[in-house]
Write a protein that binds this ligand. Structure first.
Ligand SMILES: N[C@@H](CCC(=O)N[C@@H](CS)C(=O)NCC(=O)O)C(=O)O
Length: 139
């Protein structure tokens, strides 16, 4: 019932707010295990983005992820991006779902620099080639 009520309402909310709402609607004083899990996924992602200059949500076998890691290691060897390999975590698909709600991007890599969402490998490469990545990293 609650989920039916919130489904229509939350579809008109920004994605991040909608996720937060789903995390807390049933009973904020007694959240379910699933809600607690979603809250911890959200917290993990937000902490990762906040606490690191460069965060790459990745999959270890993904060629685009490899390319974007190489972009950073080649051009910014002093930066050590925080790489979160979603395929190596039990909560990887939940993190990917939260990232989709937050950024509208389903794929990996999903790159953040200085709390700013840059995008995938193509986006990050274009951002770098436009001369925008170095100043953002160095600022
Ligand atoms: N154009 C994208 C392509 C990214 C892409 O296709 N990544 C694949 C993995 S190699 C993906 O995320 N597939 C869906 C999934 O793994 O859930 C980019 O440059 O980042």
């Amino acid at each position: 019932m609650i989920s039916r009520l919130t489904a229509g309402f939350s579809s008109r909310l920004p994605a991040s707010l909608s996720f937060a709402l789903f995390s807390t609607t049933a009973s904020s004083s007694n959240p379910s295990a699933a809600q607690l899990h979603r809250m911890s996924v959200k917290q993990f992602v937000e902490d990762s983005i906040s606490n690191n200059k460069v965060t790459i949500f990745s999959k270890s076998y993904c060629p685009y992820c490899r390319k974007v890691k190489t972009l950073f290691s080649t051009n910014f060897p002093d930066e050590k991006p925080t790489v979160i390999e979603l395929d190596e975590r039990d909560d990887g698909s939940d993190i990917q779902e939260y990232l989709y709600q937050k950024t509208g991007q389903r794929t990996v890599p999903n790159v953040f620099v200085k709390q700013q969402h840059i995008g995938g490998n193509d986006d990050t490469t274009a951002f770098h080639q436009a001369g925008k990545l170095a100043p953002l990293i160095k600022e």
